[in-house]
Design a protein around this ligand. Structure first.
Ligand SMILES: [Fe+2]
Length: 144
């Protein structure tokens, strides 16, 4: 089914984001350090939970989840960034772009699962999309 391929991509993005958000969490600098440092921690905790949940959803459906970093890097649409000192602005812009990628891909999975009658995937991804939408608002507000 089409939405399983998209779900593998989503899982790969979570795998990459888990490391990428730590990169920002560790390397952001400036007077708003603690805010961005703590916020990215909230995000990677959520990504960590979803990472396992999405892989287990695939297992439930009889699909072998992508399970290595090599596969995640090959299939992810979220791109890594080299480590450096990130200003608050740079850090939040990177995070915002990735939240949008996850919201859009999550919406596509939700709708494609709906067409295929997979209501369990629909239910899970409705929650994921709502989380990303809310956090895009947070980041937009922080960027003002
Ligand atoms: Fe930490």
């Amino acid at each position: 089914m089409k939405h399983f391929d998209l779900t593998q991509k989503y899982l790969s993005n979570l795998g990459v984001l888990l490391v990428k958000l730590h990169n920002i969490h560790w390397n952001v600098v400036g007077k708003h350090f603690m805010k961005v440092h703590n916020y990215t921690e909230e995000l990677y905790d959520k990504v960590f939970e979803d990472f396992d949940e999405v892989a287990e959803l695939l297992k439930t459906k009889g699909v072998m989840p992508l399970s290595t970093m090599k596969e995640y890097l090959a299939s992810a649409t979220v791109e890594e960034v080299d480590a450096k000192d990130f200003t608050r602005q740079e850090a939040l812009e990177i995070v915002k772009k990735d939240l949008e990628t996850m919201r859009d891909l999550g919406s596509e999975i939700r709708n494609s699962a709906d067409e295929e009658g997979d209501f369990e995937t629909v239910a899970m991804f409705e929650d994921y999309v709502a989380f990303f939408s809310k956090n895009i608002w947070f980041v937009d507000a922080m960027l003002k």
